[in-house]
Structures are given as C-alpha cells and as structure tokens.
Design a binder for this molecule. Structure first.
Ligand code: C2E
Ligand code: MG
Ligand code: MG
Ligand code: MG
Length: 291
C-alpha cells in the first residue's frame, strides 16, 4: 500500500508483483487440494461433420468448480498447473474421466463418436504418457479408436524428432491425433508430411474475421488445401456466425466446432442436445464407421 511511484519502474511495480505472488501461492494451494476434493469437471463441445451433418464426437474441456471463486476456466489455471507439475495428475484425471464418459456414450449406442482430450506440452513430454493413456483406455474398456488426443501445433513442433516418436507411439496404440490451434505455430511442410496425424484444427484466430477477400480467408483456404493434400480431416474451431460457416463449407472444410453449433456443455445437457440432432438417436444398428 505504500506509495513508491516515481522513483523508478521497479519500485513502482513491486507491490503488485508481491500481491501477485501471494495470489499465485493461494491458487497453488487450492489447486493442490482440488483433485482430492473432486472439484474438476469436464464439459463437452460437439464436433460436427459437414458432409453428412453428423456429430463426430466431442472435445472434453476442463473446468474447476472452485468453492469460493465459482467455475474457473482452464486459461486461469492450466499455466500454474504446468509450472507446478500438477498438470500430470490433473491430466491423468481428465483422460480417465473422458474415457469413462465415452464408454457410457458407447453403451448408449453412440459408437461412431470420438472423445477428444487436450494434452499439455508437459504431459506430452512426460515419459509415462503412453502408460497413462493405455491405463485410462483399459480401465474403461474403451477401444483406442474412440479416443483422440489434441496436441497444439507448437507442442508437436518442439523437439521435432522426440515429438514425432511420441506421436508415432500414440498412433500405434490406435488413438487418433489432432493438431490443435493450427496456423499459430511454424510447421515446416516436410515435418507436417511426416506427422502421423488424423486431423488439423484451424485456430480460432483465423476463423474470427473470415469474409471474402480478407487475409485470414486466404490463410484458411490454404490450410484446407494443405490438409487435403496430406489427407487430414480439417476442423475449424470457434465458428460463431453463419457467414463463417458458409465460407468454411465453400472452401471444403470437413468439420466445425463453435458456439454456432454448440457450446461446451455438462454431460447431461450434451447428451440431451445431441438427442435432438438429426442423427442423434444413434441406434446401435446404424453405426457409422468413422474414417
Ligand atoms: P482449445 O483446445 O483450443 O479449445 C478451444 C477453446 O475455445 C475452448 O475454451 C472453447 O470453450 C472455446 N470455444 C469453442 N468454441 C468457441 C466459439 O465459437 N467462440 C469462442 N470465443 N470460443 C470458443 P476453454 O474451454 O476455455 O479452453 C481453453 C484452452 O484450455 C483449450 O484450448 C485448451 O488448450 C486448454 N484446455 C482445456 N481443457 C484442457 C485439458 O483438459 N487439459 C489441458 N492440458 N488443456 C486444456
Ligand atoms: Mg483443443
Ligand atoms: Mg484449439
Ligand atoms: Mg486453444
């Protein structure tokens, strides 16, 4: 609270830096008990296919039901979880819970759905990652093909030979790989060609200002063409308007995700909403085989 402004920048900022450090410590303490107290939740956002208007599945997104602060989004705590290493047990919980949920949907007849889980770069670099994935699948008797792991382009790109080896091991398990936030990293075409990926997700940042003739429109068209060439499914994230949807359809995007089609939802609401879709009944006799 002491006023030290004017002497130099460092002194001026010191009090808020201290406050921030104190806050961070509080968050860290809370984060440590969050797992034991069962305060994490997963919400699910649908992915829709353009070609036949079907639901491809859902992306699991992490939420923290904090006793005082309310529902906290991942951008508020994933960074701290990564720096403290807590992302490893939290990430394992996410994988396990997502597999449990997908198994439940499978038993309801949604056999063509896939559940997508986001991986932090820290998890991706963890030598136990494969064991954790395998254990989650086995615990819930989930076929590996029902699981997709989303890794950001920059994560997939760092330490390329090691990353390629890890991605190959994931692919060998039979789990699908999606390259998230695509366009924000610096993939070389040579590297992209070697990636054992199934899907590219165009970063929300390029989808925002999509209209004929803009730079982003050109970038999105180029990403779709690239994905075609490499035989990858192209998903656009962050679709909010019909104009964006029309543009993405016109350039040949395969699937969409965004508030226009569906917000991230708690499991009950997700299932209820999906039941209202054209293909939502999903009787087990009508399984569509995913490519
Ligand atoms: P992401 O994987 O790229 O997820 C997309 C984010 O965009 C989600 O934010 C989603 O709610 C939001 N979104 C979806 N559609 C729209 C739209 O139409 N408009 C706008 N404005 N936003 C949309 P969320 O849930 O806050 O997650 C943010 C990021 O946190 C994720 O980005 C992902 O990188 C990370 N994350 C989420 N869950 C997990 C997790 O379980 N583990 C790890 N390691 N990271 C996670
Ligand atoms: Mg994602
Ligand atoms: Mg993304
Ligand atoms: Mg993102």
């Amino acid at each position: 609270h002491t006023k030290r402004a004017g002497r130099n920048g460092y002194n001026f900022f010191e009090p808020s830096m201290n406050a921030n450090a104190h806050q961070q410590l509080q968050w860290l303490q809370d984060l440590r008990v969050a797992l034991e107290r069962n305060q994490f939740r997963l919400v699910y956002q649908p992915k829709f296919s353009f070609s036949d208007d079907t639901v491809l599945g859902a992306e699991a997104l992490l939420r923290w039901q904090h006793p005082q602060r309310g529902l906290v989004g991942p951008d508020e705590f994933i960074g701290l979880a990564e720096r403290s290493g807590l992302i490893i047990p939290i990430g394992a919980w996410v994988l396990e819970e997502a597999c449990r949920q997908m198994h439940e949907w499978l038993s309801l007849g949604y056999a063509h759905w896939k559940i997508a889980v986001n991986l932090s770069p820290v998890q991706f670099a963890d030598p136990h990652l494969l064991d954790v994935v395998r254990a989650a699948l086995e615990k819930h008797q989930l076929p590996p093909s029902c699981l997709t792991l989303e890794v950001t382009e920059s994560t997939a790109m760092s330490n390329t030979e090691q990353s390629l080896a890890t991605l190959q091991q994931i692919a060998d398990l039979g789990v699908e790989i999606s390259i998230d936030d695509f366009g924000t990293g610096y993939s070389s075409l040579l590297y992209l060609k070697r990636l054992p990926a199934n899907e590219l997700k165009i970063d929300r940042g390029f989808v925002r200002d999509l209209s004929e003739g803009t730079e982003d429109a050109a970038i999105v068209s180029a990403i779709v063409a690239l994905g075609r060439t490499l035989n990858l499914r192209i998903v656009a994230e962050g679709v909010e308007t019909e104009g964006q949807q029309q543009f993405l359809h016109a350039v040949g995007c395969d699937a969409l995700q965004g508030y226009l089609m569906g917000r991230p939802m708690a499991p009950d609401l997700f299932l209820q909403t999906m039941r209202e879709q054209p293909d939502g009944k999903a009787p087990s006799a009508q399984h569509k085989t995913a490519a």
